[in-house]
Design a protein around this ligand. Structure first.
Ligand code: SF4
Ligand code: SF4
Length: 484
């Protein structure tokens, strides 16, 4: 008999919720609670799983991390081609000055996160261990580019029009901070036949441990909403809806209260279910619309952007500030709770500095960037902070070890858990057998690599690992066929 870990995986209820609900009960007025209740809770209808939330940094205020003495700024901090360095060794740079230019369509500008002198331009390993082009800057003081408004004043009047906002997004190097780092301006460059009806703002933050969006909402509520107003102008949509899981009651309350000042922005609480923050699942939950396979959200009249991206968009448009900082949750089960923090870090800060500041727990098995469901294990701890690094998580040895793999039990849990309606056990088998045409017929290209199937499998089968490889090979096969 196999020893299955079904029981462990079924103990999925979030033990933080009652406490958070308590916070809601004591800190939020009766009227506001009633307003929130009226909004109801929505979710997507197909599949999904319930990993432990472990939001240990939920109540931690954002802390500004000390400036690094030297910053290593990768030219590949986004989806697409690397930016091209436009500075040389010995050049003096200021904070916010353009140092890497996007010279292809799918690319994003990179700005200096510190002031000082360019030490060198080199190939330096990132968290994957692979060397990437980077600019190394030795810090001298903290002198900002004069064009950037560094005051704490909130600028409410939006003076730029649609085209100017999209140009500003591109100029200031804005990328999606929900994980993919997709250059934001591209999402808003619609074709004449495309129309955006809904701007969907992703505040679901459904990955365990990560609390960055929650804190940015709580500490910068109005700026986030002004950012959404800016994105509404850029998208042409008349309404924005913020989707947020209901394990963030204080953030929901802050948004609902602030939305009273913004007539075209609504809040939609969501049930807790992973992957609630995936684009297609979020659109389904909020609008009831299904994005067809292979299509983008705009095909059903939606643009989706993460809430922290809305905050940096506010900074870009109202303050002319590019992305030079990352907001990073540092957390883990074995990290003392007071050490679970959210840092505001300059891009290019050594990851080692962050790890030394909180202390690596003795039983750490691996450190991952991103959430435990979709994030990646850091292969090189001597790498540097990049734009989209929303978390650094310490997984203890127990969490890091994969359970013994058993033959498939034909239990169907992976099928029931797949939010894309796929048959993960079958895709795993086809990928393993290199039957890529069968992979294609079985819809492998629709897999969003959410990891729900691997998480739920009682036989510990590495489903998503094989599916990811199969998807890459099938994609290559399709491209080769189309090129003929
Ligand atoms: S990783 Fe792919 S196959 Fe597995 S549950 Fe997610 S979408 Fe389905
Ligand atoms: S692969 Fe799917 S069907 Fe097989 S044991 Fe795992 S969850 Fe059950």
């Amino acid at each position: 008999m196999y020893r299955l870990n079904v029981k462990k995986k079924k103990s999925i209820m979030n033990d933080r919720i009652p406490q958070l609900a308590g916070e809601l009960a004591t800190e939020i007025s009766k009227e506001l609670k009633s307003d929130i209740r009226k909004l109801g809770k929505k979710t997507f209808n197909l599949g999904g799983v319930h990993p432990e939330a472990n939001k240990f940094a939920h109540s931690a205020e954002v802390v500004t991390f000390p400036l690094p003495d030297q910053a290593v700024v990768y030219m590949t901090q986004h989806l697409g081609a690397p930016a091209t360095p436009i500075v040389q060794k010995g050049d003096k740079v200021k904070v916010g000055q353009l140092i890497g230019e996007a010279q292809t369509f799918m690319c994003a500008n990179i700005h200096s996160p510190i002031s000082g002198t360019v030490n060198r331009i080199d190939m330096i390993a990132d968290i994957s261990g692979y060397k990437k082009p980077a600019i190394v800057i030795d810090r001298e003081g903290d002198e900002w580019d004069e064009s950037i408004d560094t005051t704490p004043d909130i600028i409410r009047e939006i003076k730029l029009n649609k085209e100017e906002i999209i140009a500003r997004m591109k100029d200031r190097g804005i990328v999606g901070l929900g994980g993919a780092c997709f250059p934001t301006h591209i999402k808003y460059m619609l074709k004449p036949e495309q129309k955006c009806e809904y701007l969907i703002v992703n505040a679901a933050e459904c990955e365990p441990y990560i609390s960055t969006d929650n804190r940015v909402i709580l500490e910068r509520t109005e700026q986030c909403l002004i950012g959404i107003e800016i994105a509404l102008i850029a998208s042409g949509a008349e309404k924005a809806i913020i989707g947020i899981e209901d394990n963030k009651p204080r953030a929901i309350a802050a948004l609902v209260e602030m939305c009273k000042k913004f007539t075209n922005i609504e809040v939609q609480p969501l049930k807790i279910k992973y992957p609630q923050g995936a684009e297609k699942q979020l659109i389904k939950a909020i609008t009831g619309r299904s994005v067809p396979n292979g299509a983008l959200p705009i095909s059903v009249g939606c643009i989706v952007n993460n809430i922290t991206t809305m905050y940096v968009l506010y900074q870009a448009v109202q303050k002319n500030k590019p992305i030079i900082q990352a907001y990073t949750t540092v957390s883990g089960k074995s990290l003392p709770k007071e050490q679970c923090k959210i840092f505001r870090l300059r891009i290019g800060t050594p990851i080692r500095d962050v790890l030394n500041a909180v202390g690596i727990p003795e039983d750490t098995g691996k450190i991952i960037s991103g959430g435990p469901m979709m994030g990646k294990a850091i292969a090189n701890l001597d790498a540097y902070i990049a734009k989209g690094m929303g978390s650094l998580l310490f997984m203890n040895e127990k969490e890091s070890k994969r359970g013994e793999v058993h033959p498939c039990l034909r239990c169907g849990k992976c099928v029931a858990g797949c939010p894309m309606g796929l048959q993960p056990y079958l895709l795993h088998a086809y990928s393993n057998l290199k039957r890529y045409e069968d992979c294609e017929k079985s819809g492998i290209m629709n897999c969003i690599e959410c990891g729900s199937c691997s998480y739920i499998c009682p036989a510990n089968r590495p489903l998503v690992d094989f599916i990811r490889v199969g998807k890459a090979k099938t994609g290559a096969m399709i491209r080769a066929r189309n090129a003929k």
